[in-house]
Design a protein around this ligand. Structure first.
Ligand SMILES: [Zn+2]
Length: 394
């Protein structure tokens, strides 16, 4: 970003203090932010290695760590400026392309012979067809098998179709079992993100009773927030991210941002009225395309949080469709990106959300569907208060 001073996640406390009073108050209402410095004393013998690995000894002897906790959801992240200084590597490696191509001819390449159908049959879209999952997570568990073997050959149009095929599958499941009201759509891209089959595919489930615990937790947290502050949690969340300059490009009527409390690397959150809205589905697809092409992501998870498809007892008013996108790191790495900290304490994240948002804005500036003027840093505040923050239907 030419001319603008570089913002860093480790400066978050000061960046929040510099906001307009109303935005600052909302930021404090949503986030607890604290900074600390970790210090160490390296022996002489280690200094050369430290300089080579981290640029300078000073960078390591004093490390600034920022801890962000979402007060509403109690999701939290620890950012370390030292880890965050590592460069972003764009592009998919030749080795990975080769490894993906080597598995061509798998059962998903001929789904009608290689996969079972659901009891209600299959849903066929323009770029995908459904199958019934052989070993199920839940009573209804389907696979959206992409026509493309290579999952990274994605486009906004293809992704929009994958999601729409998944939604149609959820409606068929509901017809077959009226209790299966709670839909969930997920995508584990490549082994590093939990995908057991390389061939491009997403998964859909329909559950009963209540929504999955993490989705229900978010519904309750947002309802509690509404009761306490009289304000829509999702509107306020988008507004805080927008006011800090963390909004990323999205189609009209859809809001997206690089999360201040990411579950793991480069997490993006996309908020829209309904998964039926093509603009929401296309925005997810476009951001995934930039993930792959510009941010160097190849293994990722996507999850759609959606309200139930039929009337239920609990109150889902004001709950939009919330889509999470997260980078799971290099498929070449043997070290898992999550450990005991992530499972039981808080996420430890290296990528700086400010850098992620800046890179995405720069890459998309002037592209069709993603007008640059609406998303430049200067107009973030305005965007989040006009087209960006239309209230959700009751
Ligand atoms: Zn295949």
């Amino acid at each position: 970003m030419s001319g603008a001073p570089e913002r860093k996640i480790t400066d978050l406390p000061a960046l929040i203090e510099a906001l307009q009073p109303q935005d600052r108050a909302t930021a404090h209402r949503l986030f607890d932010v604290g900074a600390t410095t970790g210090r160490l004393d390296p022996p002489q013998a280690m200094r050369a290695w430290i300089e080579k690995s981290f640029g300078s000894v000073n960078a390591v002897t004093e490390q600034r760590i920022v801890r962000v906790t979402n007060r509403v959801t109690l999701q939290g992240t620890l950012f370390n400026g030292l880890r965050a200084s590592r460069p972003l590597e764009p592009g998919v490696s030749v080795d990975l392309e080769r490894e993906i191509e080597a598995t061509t001819g798998d059962p998903f390449c001929r789904p009608e012979e290689g996969t079972p159908a659901d009891v209600f049959g299959r849903v066929r879209g323009e770029h995908a067809i459904t199958a019934s999952n052989v070993a199920k997570y839940d009573g209804f568990h389907g696979v959206v098998v992409f026509d493309d073997h290579n999952p990274l050959r994605l486009t906004p149009e293809k992704v929009s179709d994958y999601v729409s095929v998944g939604l149609e599958w959820c409606r068929k499941a509901l017809e077959a079992a009226p209790q299966a009201r709670y839909p969930f759509l997920m995508w584990n891209c490549l082994w590093r993100a939990g995908g057991s089959i390389i061939h491009g595919h997403a998964q859909v489930t329909a559950t009963r009773g209540t929504h999955y615990p993490k989705v229900e937790h978010l519904r309750r947290a947002a309802a509690f927030y509404k009761a306490e502050h009289g304000s829509n949690y999702f509107d306020d969340l988008c507004r805080v991210h927008g006011s800090l300059g963390l909004a990323v490009p999205a189609e009209e009527g859809v809001r997206a941002f690089a999360s201040l409390s990411p579950v793991k690397e480069k997490e993006l959150v996309v908020v829209g009225r309904s998964p039926e809205d093509e603009r929401l589905r296309r925005t997810v697809g476009a951001l995934l395309q930039y993930y792959v092409r510009t941010l160097g992501v190849s293994a990722f998870n996507v999850a759609f949080y959606m309200p139930p498809l039929a009337p239920v007892d609990e109150d889902w008013s004001g709950f939009p469709t919330v889509v999470h996108l997260v980078d799971r790191g290099s498929p070449a790495s043997r070290t898992s990106d999550i450990g005991a900290m992530e499972l039981y304490a808080a996420s430890v994240v290296a990528s700086d959300p400010f850098r992620v948002a800046d890179v995405l804005r720069e890459a998309t500036s002037g592209r069709p569907g993603f007008p640059a003027s609406r998303h430049s840093r200067q107009t973030d505040g305005a965007a989040s208060h006009s087209s960006g923050s239309a209230p959700f239907p009751p």
